[in-house]
Design a protein around this ligand. Structure first.
Ligand code: B16
Ligand code: MG
Length: 213
């Protein structure tokens, strides 16, 4: 019996992936690191430091240097966030959120991003959610189930009562590991392990989600 929905942020409610990409690219150009759009695809849903590890591909770098690089990347990213507005909400997600809320479902955000609260504030949808879990909420990032389990606990639901909407492979894995229903958004190669898959956010049909699972 489904009682709540947990939304990933980047790739589900908004598309900040392009801003993450440009910020990493700028850092990579400055520091002569190998980076491109293809490598960027692997960073979907992955935490900031883990993203740098993927870019470094085994190259050894002192911890202090890594910290300075991730901090700098985040400064570039925050410059983009300053320009983020309601217009950046993906498709009709806001209308869909209102419908679910009206129908009595609990709504939450479960994002790997430490900037999630700022992003939601700029999108002007923070108030729609019963709780917002982000990259600061738990230690172990997706694909560990911790973030989603923590979110369910805060809103007082059992894992099996929650549906997670995710665009990242690591996020789908986290939802499944948490014992929740996973709805994947994107190509089957990426989110095919989910219980139900939609190609894009605009295709999500919540009536169908609730009847099919
Ligand atoms: P930050 P999500 C994730 O957000 C992004 O998909 C991922 O590309 C990013 O590296 C991660 O947040 C961390 O973001 O640097 O802002 O802490 O998809 O889990 O909402
Ligand atoms: Mg995502």
């Amino acid at each position: 019996n489904i009682k709540g929905f947990i939304f990933d942020l980047d790739g589900v409610l908004t598309d900040t992936a392009e801003f993450h990409y440009r910020s990493w690219q700028k850092l990579a150009d400055e520091e002569n690191l190998n980076f491109n759009r293809q490598i960027n695809e692997q960073l979907r849903g992955v935490s900031r430091m883990q993203s740098l590890e993927i870019i470094l591909a085994g190259q050894e770098v002192p911890t202090a240097q890594k910290k300075e690089w991730t901090d700098r990347k985040n400064e570039y990213y925050q410059e983009y966030l300053a320009e983020l507005t309601k217009k950046n909400i993906l498709d009709d997600m806001e209308a869909k959120l209102h419908q679910l809320k009206k129908a009595g479902y609990k709504l939450a955000v479960g994002s790997s991003s430490r900037n999630a609260k700022k992003v939601l504030k700029n999108l002007q949808i923070s108030d729609l959610f019963d709780t917002i879990s982000d990259g600061n909420s738990v230690e172990r990032a997706k694909p560990a189930p911790d973030l989603f389990l923590h979110t369910a606990e805060v809103i007082g639901l059992e894992p099996a009562e929650c549906v997670v909407l995710e665009d990242a492979e690591s996020g789908v894995e986290a939802a499944l590991a948490a014992g929740m229903i996973a709805v994947g958004i994107g190509p089957a190669e990426r989110v095919g392990k989910a219980h139900l898959v939609y190609t894009s956010v605009s295709d999500i049909d919540f009536e169908e989600v609730l009847t099919k699972i």
